[in-house]
Ligand binder design. Structure first.
Ligand code: VGL
Ligand code: ZN
Length: 212
C-alpha cells in the first residue's frame, strides 16, 4: 500500500494570521481580498476537523506595537504600500497600521478549543516579521521550539496572506527541514500576481500544493 504523505502522525497545522485586520469580514485595516465571512467559516471548519483528527494546531499572530516600523504612519512622508529602504539593502513595505497589540484588529477569528498554541510575531518595533519562524533581524519566535517539542515533522499550512506571511512561513518551514503541504483554498492573497508567483516559488522548493 502506498504510504500516505500526510499521515496524522507527526503532522501539525500552522494557521497563519487569520486576524480581524486582514479580513473584509471585519472591515480590517489591511483587508485581504476574499477574506470574507465565508472564508473564515471555511477555515474554522477545516481547522476544527484537523484538530479532531488529532493534529496539533499552531496559530501565528501578527502582534505589532503601536510604534511599529512597518506602519506608514510611523514613517513621515511615506504612503501606504510604498516600499522604502530602511537600511543598507533592507526594504520595508509601508503598511496601514494593523494588528496593533491589544486591539480588536489583532483578534484571531478562529474560535476553537483544544491542542492549540499561538505564536506572536512582529513584536519588535524596529523589525517586521512575515515569517512565523524568524523576524527580519533573524531572531527566532517560539514556533520551531514548539514543533520540535511536539515531535512534528510535517506541516499543513494555510491562512493570510498567501503572498506575504503564508509564503514566508512556508519557505522557512522548508528551510527548517519540515515537509510542507499548502492548502490553497484556505489561503487568500493581497494580489493575484504576487500570490501566483508565491505559490510557484513554494512548489519549486518542494512544497505540496493542494487545493482543499
Ligand atoms: C501580513 C503584511 C503585513 C500578513 C502581515 O499576515 O501576510 N502582511 N503584516
Ligand atoms: Zn504586519
Amino acid at each position: 500500500m502506498a504510504e500516505q504523505t500526510f499521515s496524522i502522525e507527526n503532522t501539525g497545522v500552522i494557521v497563519v494570521d487569520v486576524q480581524a485586520d486582514f479580513t473584509e469580514f471585519k472591515s480590517g485595516a489591511l483587508a485581504v481580498p476574499g477574506a470574507d465571512a465565508q472564508y473564515i467559516d471555511q477555515v474554522e471548519k477545516a481547522t476544527r476537523r484537523l484538530l479532531e483528527q488529532g493534529h496539533p494546531i499552531y496559530f501565528t499572530k501578527d502582534w505589532h506595537p503601536a510604534d511599529h516600523i512597518s506602519f506608514f504612519t510611523n514613517n513621515p512622508g511615506t504612503e501606504p504600500f510604498q516600499e522604502i529602504e530602511i537600511e543598507e539593502g533592507r526594504t520595508q513595505v509601508m503598511w496601514p497600521p494593523h494588528c496593533v497589540q491589544n486591539t480588536s484588529g489583532a483578534d484571531i477569528l478562529i474560535l476553537i478549543k483544544g491542542l492549540i498554541e499561538t505564536v506572536k510575531k512582529g513584536t519588535n518595533p524596529k523589525l517586521d516579521s512575515y515569517s512565523g519562524f524568524f523576524d527580519d533581524g533573524g531572531h527566532k519566535t517560539d514556533l520551531d521550539r514548539l514543533l520540535r517539542r511536539d515531535g512534528i515533522r510535517k506541516l499543513i499550512i494555510y491562512g493570510l496572506a498567501t503572498d506575504y506571511c503564508v509564503k514566508a512561513t512556508v519557505l522557512d518551514a522548508v528551510g527548517h527541514g519540515y515537509q510542507v503541504e499548502l492548502i490553497t483554498d484556505l489561503c487568500r492573497g493581497l494580489s493575484p500576481e504576487t500570490s501566483n508567483s508565491a505559490i510557484r516559488e513554494m512548489e519549486l522548493k518542494g512544497v505540496t500544493i493542494s487545493k482543499g
